[in-house]
Design a protein around this ligand. Structure first.
Ligand SMILES: NC(=O)c1ccc[n+]([C@@H]2O[C@H](COP(=O)([O-])OP(=O)(O)OC[C@H]3O[C@@H](n4cnc5c(N)ncnc54)[C@H](OP(=O)(O)O)[C@@H]3O)[C@@H](O)[C@H]2O)c1
Length: 285
Protein backbone atom coordinates (compact mmCIF):
# COMPACT_ATOMS: atom_id res chain seq x y z
CA UNK A 1 0.00 0.00 0.00
CA UNK A 2 1.43 3.40 -1.06
CA UNK A 3 2.04 5.68 1.90
CA UNK A 4 0.61 8.81 0.29
CA UNK A 5 -2.40 11.04 0.85
CA UNK A 6 -3.75 14.54 0.18
CA UNK A 7 -5.30 16.83 2.81
CA UNK A 8 -8.36 19.05 2.41
CA UNK A 9 -8.92 21.36 5.40
CA UNK A 10 -5.75 22.72 7.02
CA UNK A 11 -7.14 23.20 10.53
CA UNK A 12 -5.84 21.87 13.85
CA UNK A 13 -6.91 18.23 13.39
CA UNK A 14 -6.03 17.93 9.69
CA UNK A 15 -2.54 19.34 10.16
CA UNK A 16 -1.91 17.32 13.36
CA UNK A 17 -2.84 13.99 11.77
CA UNK A 18 -1.03 14.84 8.52
CA UNK A 19 2.11 15.84 10.43
CA UNK A 20 1.99 12.66 12.54
CA UNK A 21 1.68 10.56 9.37
CA UNK A 22 4.47 12.46 7.67
CA UNK A 23 6.76 11.75 10.62
CA UNK A 24 6.06 8.05 10.04
CA UNK A 25 7.14 8.13 6.39
CA UNK A 26 3.90 9.12 4.67
CA UNK A 27 4.09 11.57 1.79
CA UNK A 28 1.60 14.44 1.72
CA UNK A 29 1.12 14.92 -2.02
CA UNK A 30 -0.58 18.29 -1.50
CA UNK A 31 -2.98 20.30 0.63
CA UNK A 32 -6.03 22.46 0.01
CA UNK A 33 -8.31 24.50 2.24
CA UNK A 34 -11.16 27.00 2.04
CA UNK A 35 -8.95 30.01 2.82
CA UNK A 36 -5.64 30.83 1.14
CA UNK A 37 -4.17 31.60 4.53
CA UNK A 38 -4.81 28.06 5.84
CA UNK A 39 -3.66 26.56 2.58
CA UNK A 40 -0.34 28.41 2.83
CA UNK A 41 0.03 27.40 6.46
CA UNK A 42 -0.64 23.76 5.54
CA UNK A 43 1.93 23.90 2.78
CA UNK A 44 4.54 25.26 5.20
CA UNK A 45 3.81 22.82 8.04
CA UNK A 46 3.71 19.80 5.78
CA UNK A 47 6.36 20.94 3.27
CA UNK A 48 3.99 20.00 0.45
CA UNK A 49 2.58 21.85 -2.59
CA UNK A 50 -0.71 23.76 -2.48
CA UNK A 51 -3.02 21.94 -4.87
CA UNK A 52 -6.63 21.91 -5.96
CA UNK A 53 -8.50 18.95 -4.49
CA UNK A 54 -9.85 16.75 -6.06
CA UNK A 55 -8.77 17.89 -9.54
CA UNK A 56 -5.03 17.73 -8.93
CA UNK A 57 -4.80 14.53 -6.89
CA UNK A 58 -3.65 11.56 -8.92
CA UNK A 59 -5.65 8.35 -8.99
CA UNK A 60 -5.81 6.08 -5.97
CA UNK A 61 -4.29 8.51 -3.50
CA UNK A 62 -6.52 8.78 -0.40
CA UNK A 63 -8.02 12.18 0.47
CA UNK A 64 -8.20 13.18 4.13
CA UNK A 65 -10.89 15.74 5.02
CA UNK A 66 -9.98 17.74 8.12
CA UNK A 67 -12.87 20.23 8.20
CA UNK A 68 -15.31 20.90 11.01
CA UNK A 69 -18.54 18.86 11.15
CA UNK A 70 -20.83 21.60 9.83
CA UNK A 71 -18.59 22.02 6.76
CA UNK A 72 -18.51 18.32 5.85
CA UNK A 73 -21.67 18.44 3.64
CA UNK A 74 -20.25 21.36 1.57
CA UNK A 75 -16.83 19.77 1.26
CA UNK A 76 -18.44 16.43 0.36
CA UNK A 77 -20.20 18.17 -2.56
CA UNK A 78 -17.00 19.93 -3.61
CA UNK A 79 -14.82 16.83 -3.54
CA UNK A 80 -17.44 14.34 -4.71
CA UNK A 81 -18.30 16.22 -7.88
CA UNK A 82 -17.49 14.54 -11.17
CA UNK A 83 -15.50 11.34 -11.39
CA UNK A 84 -12.36 12.43 -9.56
CA UNK A 85 -12.91 10.33 -6.45
CA UNK A 86 -14.14 7.16 -8.13
CA UNK A 87 -12.47 4.10 -6.60
CA UNK A 88 -10.31 5.96 -4.10
CA UNK A 89 -10.48 6.29 -0.32
CA UNK A 90 -11.97 9.54 1.03
CA UNK A 91 -12.22 9.93 4.80
CA UNK A 92 -12.90 12.54 7.49
CA UNK A 93 -11.71 12.97 11.07
CA UNK A 94 -15.03 13.59 12.80
CA UNK A 95 -16.12 11.58 15.82
CA UNK A 96 -19.73 12.69 15.58
CA UNK A 97 -20.51 12.01 11.93
CA UNK A 98 -20.47 8.64 10.20
CA UNK A 99 -18.53 8.06 6.99
CA UNK A 100 -21.93 7.97 5.24
CA UNK A 101 -22.01 11.76 5.65
CA UNK A 102 -19.65 11.76 2.64
CA UNK A 103 -22.64 10.77 0.56
CA UNK A 104 -21.77 12.64 -2.66
CA UNK A 105 -18.29 11.09 -2.63
CA UNK A 106 -19.82 7.66 -2.03
CA UNK A 107 -22.24 8.10 -4.96
CA UNK A 108 -19.28 9.11 -7.14
CA UNK A 109 -17.60 5.79 -6.36
CA UNK A 110 -15.33 6.71 -3.43
CA UNK A 111 -14.63 4.23 -0.62
CA UNK A 112 -15.60 6.42 2.31
CA UNK A 113 -14.34 6.14 5.87
CA UNK A 114 -13.72 8.00 9.09
CA UNK A 115 -10.64 8.09 11.30
CA UNK A 116 -11.38 9.69 14.66
CA UNK A 117 -8.40 10.34 16.90
CA UNK A 118 -9.48 10.12 20.56
CA UNK A 119 -7.11 12.92 21.48
CA UNK A 120 -6.85 16.67 22.01
CA UNK A 121 -5.22 18.42 19.05
CA UNK A 122 -4.78 22.08 20.01
CA UNK A 123 -2.18 22.94 17.33
CA UNK A 124 -0.28 20.93 14.67
CA UNK A 125 2.91 20.31 16.65
CA UNK A 126 1.33 19.44 20.02
CA UNK A 127 -1.37 17.51 18.17
CA UNK A 128 1.14 15.39 16.22
CA UNK A 129 3.00 14.67 19.49
CA UNK A 130 -0.22 13.80 21.39
CA UNK A 131 -1.26 11.46 18.58
CA UNK A 132 1.60 9.08 19.38
CA UNK A 133 -0.52 7.97 22.37
CA UNK A 134 -3.93 8.25 20.74
CA UNK A 135 -6.41 5.48 20.09
CA UNK A 136 -8.15 5.81 16.73
CA UNK A 137 -11.77 4.87 16.08
CA UNK A 138 -12.12 3.66 12.50
CA UNK A 139 -15.30 3.13 10.52
CA UNK A 140 -16.26 2.83 6.88
CA UNK A 141 -16.07 0.71 3.75
CA UNK A 142 -13.67 -2.23 3.77
CA UNK A 143 -11.10 -0.61 1.47
CA UNK A 144 -11.14 2.57 3.57
CA UNK A 145 -10.81 0.62 6.82
CA UNK A 146 -7.69 -1.15 5.47
CA UNK A 147 -6.01 2.18 4.62
CA UNK A 148 -7.02 3.82 7.93
CA UNK A 149 -5.81 0.83 9.97
CA UNK A 150 -2.37 1.21 8.36
CA UNK A 151 -2.37 4.90 9.27
CA UNK A 152 -3.39 4.31 12.90
CA UNK A 153 -0.86 1.49 13.23
CA UNK A 154 1.95 3.70 11.99
CA UNK A 155 1.08 6.64 14.29
CA UNK A 156 0.30 4.95 17.62
CA UNK A 157 -0.48 1.30 16.98
CA UNK A 158 -3.83 1.70 18.76
CA UNK A 159 -7.20 1.54 17.03
CA UNK A 160 -10.58 -0.15 17.06
CA UNK A 161 -13.16 -0.64 14.34
CA UNK A 162 -16.74 0.59 14.69
CA UNK A 163 -19.44 -1.06 12.54
CA UNK A 164 -20.77 1.50 10.02
CA UNK A 165 -24.16 1.70 11.79
CA UNK A 166 -22.56 2.21 15.22
CA UNK A 167 -20.91 5.59 14.71
CA UNK A 168 -23.53 7.73 16.44
CA UNK A 169 -23.72 5.38 19.44
CA UNK A 170 -19.90 5.44 19.54
CA UNK A 171 -19.99 9.22 19.75
CA UNK A 172 -22.58 9.11 22.55
CA UNK A 173 -20.27 6.71 24.43
CA UNK A 174 -17.37 9.14 23.99
CA UNK A 175 -19.56 12.04 25.20
CA UNK A 176 -20.44 9.99 28.31
CA UNK A 177 -16.81 9.06 28.97
CA UNK A 178 -15.58 12.61 28.69
CA UNK A 179 -18.12 15.47 28.65
CA UNK A 180 -20.71 13.79 30.88
CA UNK A 181 -18.05 12.63 33.31
CA UNK A 182 -17.20 16.32 33.70
CA UNK A 183 -20.90 17.05 34.28
CA UNK A 184 -21.13 14.28 36.90
CA UNK A 185 -18.07 15.54 38.78
CA UNK A 186 -19.55 19.07 38.70
CA UNK A 187 -22.78 17.62 40.14
CA UNK A 188 -20.81 16.06 43.04
CA UNK A 189 -19.17 19.42 43.74
CA UNK A 190 -22.59 21.10 43.69
CA UNK A 191 -24.00 18.63 46.22
CA UNK A 192 -20.98 19.22 48.49
CA UNK A 193 -21.75 22.92 48.37
CA UNK A 194 -25.41 22.20 49.21
CA UNK A 195 -24.11 20.12 52.14
CA UNK A 196 -22.33 23.24 53.41
CA UNK A 197 -18.73 22.55 52.36
CA UNK A 198 -17.11 25.86 51.33
CA UNK A 199 -16.68 26.31 47.58
CA UNK A 200 -12.90 26.68 48.02
CA UNK A 201 -12.80 23.08 49.36
CA UNK A 202 -15.15 21.31 46.96
CA UNK A 203 -12.67 21.16 44.06
CA UNK A 204 -10.09 19.02 45.80
CA UNK A 205 -12.40 17.17 48.23
CA UNK A 206 -13.04 14.16 46.01
CA UNK A 207 -9.92 14.23 43.85
CA UNK A 208 -8.14 11.17 45.32
CA UNK A 209 -11.38 9.21 45.49
CA UNK A 210 -12.14 9.94 41.82
CA UNK A 211 -8.59 9.25 40.63
CA UNK A 212 -8.37 5.89 42.43
CA UNK A 213 -11.83 4.87 41.27
CA UNK A 214 -10.94 5.59 37.62
CA UNK A 215 -7.58 3.82 37.93
CA UNK A 216 -9.20 0.72 39.46
CA UNK A 217 -12.03 0.80 36.94
CA UNK A 218 -9.50 0.30 34.14
CA UNK A 219 -7.31 -2.22 35.97
CA UNK A 220 -10.07 -4.32 37.59
CA UNK A 221 -13.28 -3.55 35.68
CA UNK A 222 -16.66 -2.16 36.81
CA UNK A 223 -17.89 -5.31 38.58
CA UNK A 224 -14.85 -5.50 40.88
CA UNK A 225 -14.62 -1.78 41.54
CA UNK A 226 -18.28 -1.08 42.40
CA UNK A 227 -19.03 -0.54 46.11
CA UNK A 228 -21.59 1.60 47.97
CA UNK A 229 -25.18 1.43 49.20
CA UNK A 230 -26.61 -0.01 45.97
CA UNK A 231 -23.99 -2.78 45.79
CA UNK A 232 -24.54 -3.59 49.50
CA UNK A 233 -28.30 -3.73 48.91
CA UNK A 234 -28.90 -1.07 51.56
CA UNK A 235 -32.54 -0.25 50.85
CA UNK A 236 -32.99 2.09 53.81
CA UNK A 237 -29.99 4.20 52.88
CA UNK A 238 -31.07 4.59 49.25
CA UNK A 239 -34.59 5.47 50.48
CA UNK A 240 -33.11 8.16 52.73
CA UNK A 241 -31.00 9.53 49.85
CA UNK A 242 -34.07 9.82 47.60
CA UNK A 243 -36.01 11.55 50.39
CA UNK A 244 -33.20 14.05 50.97
CA UNK A 245 -33.01 14.76 47.26
CA UNK A 246 -36.75 15.40 46.91
CA UNK A 247 -36.08 19.16 47.09
CA UNK A 248 -33.45 18.89 44.35
CA UNK A 249 -35.37 17.20 41.48
CA UNK A 250 -32.55 17.40 38.92
CA UNK A 251 -30.03 15.89 41.35
CA UNK A 252 -32.56 13.23 42.34
CA UNK A 253 -33.03 12.24 38.69
CA UNK A 254 -29.27 11.98 38.08
CA UNK A 255 -28.87 9.89 41.28
CA UNK A 256 -31.83 7.65 40.43
CA UNK A 257 -30.75 6.86 36.87
CA UNK A 258 -27.14 6.20 37.85
CA UNK A 259 -28.19 3.96 40.77
CA UNK A 260 -30.28 1.91 38.34
CA UNK A 261 -27.16 1.47 36.17
CA UNK A 262 -25.10 0.59 39.26
CA UNK A 263 -27.75 -1.99 40.15
CA UNK A 264 -27.13 -3.81 36.88
CA UNK A 265 -23.41 -4.01 37.65
CA UNK A 266 -24.16 -5.11 41.23
CA UNK A 267 -26.44 -7.86 39.86
CA UNK A 268 -23.48 -9.28 37.93
CA UNK A 269 -21.31 -9.15 41.03
CA UNK A 270 -23.82 -10.74 43.44
CA UNK A 271 -26.40 -12.91 41.66
CA UNK A 272 -27.33 -14.23 45.16
CA UNK A 273 -28.67 -10.76 46.14
CA UNK A 274 -31.41 -10.82 43.51
CA UNK A 275 -34.27 -10.44 46.01
CA UNK A 276 -32.96 -7.26 47.66
CA UNK A 277 -31.80 -5.87 44.31
CA UNK A 278 -35.34 -6.37 42.91
CA UNK A 279 -36.70 -4.32 45.82
CA UNK A 280 -34.11 -1.63 45.17
CA UNK A 281 -35.09 -1.54 41.52
CA UNK A 282 -38.77 -1.02 42.46
CA UNK A 283 -37.75 1.84 44.76
CA UNK A 284 -35.61 3.49 42.09
CA UNK A 285 -38.09 3.15 39.20
N1 LIG B 1 -9.00 19.57 17.39
C1 LIG B 1 -9.24 18.43 18.02
O1 LIG B 1 -8.87 18.28 19.20
C2 LIG B 1 -9.91 17.29 17.31
C3 LIG B 1 -9.70 15.98 17.78
C4 LIG B 1 -10.31 14.93 17.12
C5 LIG B 1 -11.12 15.18 16.01
N2 LIG B 1 -11.30 16.46 15.58
C6 LIG B 1 -12.22 16.67 14.41
O2 LIG B 1 -11.51 17.30 13.35
C7 LIG B 1 -12.40 18.13 12.60
C8 LIG B 1 -11.82 19.53 12.47
O3 LIG B 1 -11.65 20.08 13.77
P1 LIG B 1 -10.49 21.15 14.08
O4 LIG B 1 -10.36 21.20 15.56
O5 LIG B 1 -9.31 20.87 13.24
O6 LIG B 1 -11.17 22.51 13.58
P2 LIG B 1 -10.46 23.82 13.03
O7 LIG B 1 -9.07 23.95 13.52
O8 LIG B 1 -11.42 24.93 13.32
O9 LIG B 1 -10.40 23.59 11.47
C9 LIG B 1 -11.59 23.55 10.75
C10 LIG B 1 -11.28 23.43 9.28
O10 LIG B 1 -12.52 23.42 8.61
C11 LIG B 1 -12.44 24.28 7.47
N3 LIG B 1 -13.79 24.81 7.23
C12 LIG B 1 -14.63 25.38 8.12
N4 LIG B 1 -15.78 25.73 7.52
C13 LIG B 1 -15.67 25.38 6.21
C14 LIG B 1 -16.52 25.46 5.09
N5 LIG B 1 -17.75 25.97 5.18
N6 LIG B 1 -16.06 24.96 3.91
C15 LIG B 1 -14.85 24.44 3.81
N7 LIG B 1 -13.97 24.32 4.84
C16 LIG B 1 -14.40 24.79 6.03
C17 LIG B 1 -11.43 25.34 7.82
O11 LIG B 1 -10.85 25.80 6.63
P3 LIG B 1 -10.11 27.23 6.52
O12 LIG B 1 -9.12 27.25 7.68
O13 LIG B 1 -9.46 27.15 5.22
O14 LIG B 1 -11.15 28.27 6.66
C18 LIG B 1 -10.44 24.53 8.67
O15 LIG B 1 -9.49 23.93 7.85
C19 LIG B 1 -13.75 18.09 13.34
O16 LIG B 1 -14.58 17.16 12.72
C20 LIG B 1 -13.37 17.63 14.73
O17 LIG B 1 -14.41 16.96 15.40
C21 LIG B 1 -10.73 17.52 16.19
Amino acid sequence: MDKKFALYGCGKAGLSVALALKSQGYEVVGCDSRSLNSKEMGSQWLACPMIKIPEEVKENIPIMIGVSEDAIPDVDLLIGKGEYVSGRVVFHLSGALPSRSLNRCRLSGAKVGSLHPLMILPDPLTGARNLRNATFAIEGREQAVAVLKEMALSISGKFFIIPVKGKTIYHIAAVNASNNLVALLAESMYLLEVAGVPRSETGKAFQSLVEITVKNFYSEGPVQVLTGPVERGNLKMVEAHLRTLSKLPKSKEIYRILCLRALEIAGEKHPDRKKIYDELEKLLK
